[in-house]
Design a protein around this ligand. Structure first.
Ligand code: NAD
Ligand code: MG
Ligand code: MG
Length: 331
């Protein structure tokens, strides 16, 4: 089990007199910037002049500047731009302004762990990664609460890297919920595995296979959509709330009996073996180099073609029609 830290273990004073540059103002960026500022930390936001976020950050009362200027102004730089452009931005627009003893921060370990960024030896490199989307990091903070977050230390030049990570985590509100220490390797590999094998790749193919099985057997696509896709949220919300036990307590005995009878026929030894292979391809860098190659120089050929093909699947058309009937869904 991982040791957990709370606000009482954190010294926000570690950030006194320091300037934190938040590079990027998207999901995570807006939450980190505003929470830190309201925690009394001096914050600047680094963006491109052309960015639509520039005005938004200014409206929030933040000091916005070009990425290079933010990097120059900062003692601590947090990279909150998309992972596929992050290394390029760091190497060209941030690294030249990193001074001895400065701190480089990430909310995901990809670029450091896979060596796309090779930080100078005379800086600290740390991670502060909230386990929730940015809007929750912000809304929880405003309610006086926080989102549990990970911290990790990749490089501790100053000897204070962990205290700085704890202070930053506390500044975004994480110390109210709990801070867990991990490593760049563990965070990166488990994050990629989770999204590929279970959360995104696993779940969407499972739903699609269920949908196609029912439609292929002559059932109405609307019925197939309800039963194999729409209702997933209900089940996942129950698991999220109280684990498998609470979910199974809430569903009918018929559903629970079917759950026990059938799950293992789908997730077979072959599936588990393939999961191990997927994990190996993450660990040995196969996935990372494939991803970087696909996204380099605008060559998103496979990615965009697959996105288009997926969008044309019958389940997306049926789903769009049915969701029109659900007034509670945000447009
Ligand atoms: P995002 O796509 O929501 O926001 C990216 C921001 O970067 C935008 O403000 C965009 O304008 C800016 N940007 C893009 N290109 C830029 C450029 N060339 N120069 C300057 N700014 C540029 O990204 P996000 O989801 O907040 O992810 C940021 C980091 O946080 C990633 O490392 C991600 O893995 C990590 N993370 C995200 C979440 C999440 O819930 N979204 C959770 C944990 C960790
Ligand atoms: Mg991820
Ligand atoms: Mg049902």
């Amino acid at each position: 089990m991982i040791k957990k830290y709370y606000d009482s273990d954190c010294n926000l004073g570690m950030l006194d007199g320091k300037t934190v540059a938040i590079i990027g103002y998207g999901s995570q960026g807006h939450a980190h910037a505003q929470n830190l500022k309201e925690s009394g930390v001096k914050v600047v936001v680094g963006l491109r002049k052309s960015s639509a976020s520039w005005a938004k950050a200014q409206e929030a009362g933040l000091n916005v500047m070009e990425v290079e200027d933010a990097a120059k102004a900062a003692d601590i730089v947090m990279m909150l731009v998309p992972d596929e452009v992050s290394a390029d931005i760091y190497n060209k627009q941030v690294a030249p302004y990193m001074e001895e003893g400065n701190v480089l921060c990430y909310a995901h370990g990809f670029n450091i762990h896979f060596g796309l960024v090779k930080p100078a030896a005379n800086i600290d490199v740390i991670m502060i990664a909230p386990k929730g989307p940015g809007h929750t990091v912000r809304s929880q903070y405003l309610e006086g609460k926080g989102v549990p977050s990970l911290i990790a230390i990749y490089q501790d030049f100053s000897g204070k890297a962990k205290d700085i990570a704890l202070a930053y985590a506390s500044g975004i509100g994480a110390g109210r919920a709990g801070i867990l220490e991990t490593t760049f390797r563990e965070e990166t590999e488990t994050d990629l595995f989770g999204e590929q094998a279970v959360l995104c790749g696993g779940v969407t193919e499972l739903m699609k296979a269920g949908f196609e099985t029912l439609v292929g057997a002559g059932y109405a696509p609307e019925m197939a959509y309800f039963e194999t896709i729409h209702e997933m949220k209900l089940i996942v919300d129950l698991i999220n709330q109280g684990g498998f036990g609470y979910m199974r307590y809430s569903i009918s005995n018929t559903a629970e009996y079917g759950d026990y009878r059938t799950g293992r026929r789908l997730i077979t030894d072959a599936t588990r073996k393939e999961m191990k292979q997927i994990l190996r391809e993450i660990q040995d860098g196969t996935f990372a180099s494939e991803f970087v190659q696909e996204f380099s120089a605008g060559r998103k050929a496979k990615f965009l073609a697959t996105r288009r093909m997926e969008s044309e699947h019958q389940l997306e058309k049926v789903g769009a029609e049915l969701r029109q009937m659900m007034s509670w869904l945000k447009k």
